[in-house]
Ligand binder design. Structure first.
Ligand SMILES: NC(=O)c1ccc[n+]([C@@H]2O[C@H](COP(=O)([O-])OP(=O)(O)OC[C@H]3O[C@@H](n4cnc5c(N)ncnc54)[C@H](O)[C@@H]3O)[C@@H](O)[C@H]2O)c1
Length: 248
């Protein structure tokens, strides 16, 4: 699809990669609807973008946001499922000194699954229903997965969600093909955003040493992947790893 033909919803759009995608889409002439729980940061996005509070894990929010965005943009033909959170922790941890056992809390499990998996599913269900109801075609959905989907220590909840949304790009590509809707995923490696800013220097240096291209990524690297999925009508059901070669 041509970027200028897009009437596209971006979730988690207030900062980091989402805000960068919005900026690039506006520059390309797309109509954009930006949703996020952080309303103050949303307000800083470019003029002309439809901006509204959206918690992707809440069914009512999702219904209202998609309906309002479709009215504001004159329809919807694309979605970037970008909203995501982390609540890292080992599933079972034994303290070396005291021997005490601690575990990943059920709250941390539910929070990450709620946003990163249920949220992606609710958004996709609502947007695709709207497209099908309005006989909008072609359409395209992009899931922002992660290279963590291959498995990563300390991220049981995140890995479960990010691998599920990559695999469901396949499920949905098969299910939505009769509607003229493609689905793809982009799996970033380590990218410089507010999500990763808390990392200490030692861990950062070790990570850079493990990335063959020799640097942490920036949101523009991932935009190039998202843009490819949006534009290439022959890309379907696959996940594009954009990680500098970290997990090859
Ligand atoms: N930064 C990385 O290294 C990296 C690597 C791989 C994948 N990712 C994924 O890329 C996506 C963007 O990450 P980022 O680094 O820009 O993160 P970020 O924390 O900078 O931005 C995430 C945005 O999502 C919003 N959000 C959180 N919960 C929400 C909810 N329930 N409903 C709507 N919005 C919500 C936040 O308010 C925030 O604006 C996420 O899905 C993340 O898991 C990031």
């Amino acid at each position: 699809m041509k970027l200028s033909d897009l009437r596209i919803i971006v979730t988690g759009a207030a900062q980091g990669m989402g805000a960068h995608f919005v900026q690039r889409l506006v520059e390309a002439g797309a109509k954009v609807a930006a949703g996020d729980v952080n309303e103050a940061a949303l307000a800083k996005l470019p003029d002309g973008v439809f901006k509204a509070r959206l918690d992707v894990s809440k069914e009512e929010d999702v219904r209202r946001f998609v309906a309002d965005a479709a009215v504001a943009m004159g329809g919807v033909n694309a979605l970037v499922n970008n909203a995501g959170i982390i609540r890292d922790g080992l599933l079972v941890r034994k303290d070396r000194n005291t021997g005490a056992i601690t575990t990943l809390s059920t709250e941390a499990w539910n929070a990450v699954i709620g946003v990163n998996l249920t949220g992606v599913t609710l958004m996709t269900r609502e947007v695709v229903s709207t497209m099908v109801r309005n006989e909008t075609r072609p359409g395209v959905i992009v899931n922002i997965s992660s290279v963590a989907r291959h498995g990563n220590r300390g991220q049981t909840n995140y890995v479960a969600a990010k691998s599920a949304i990559a695999t469901n790009a396949v499920t949905w590509a098969r299910e939505f093909a009769p509607f003229g809707i493609r689905v793809g995923a982009v799996a970033p490696g380590m990218i410089e955003t507010p999500m990763t800013q808390g990392m200490n220097q030692k861990a950062r240096d070790a990570l850079v040493a493990a990335i063959p291209v020799g640097r942490i990524g920036v949101p523009e690297d991932i935009w190039l992947g998202v843009r490819f999925v949006l534009e290439c009508d022959y890309f379907n059901g696959r996940t594009l790893d954009v990680d500098g070669g970290l997990v090859m």
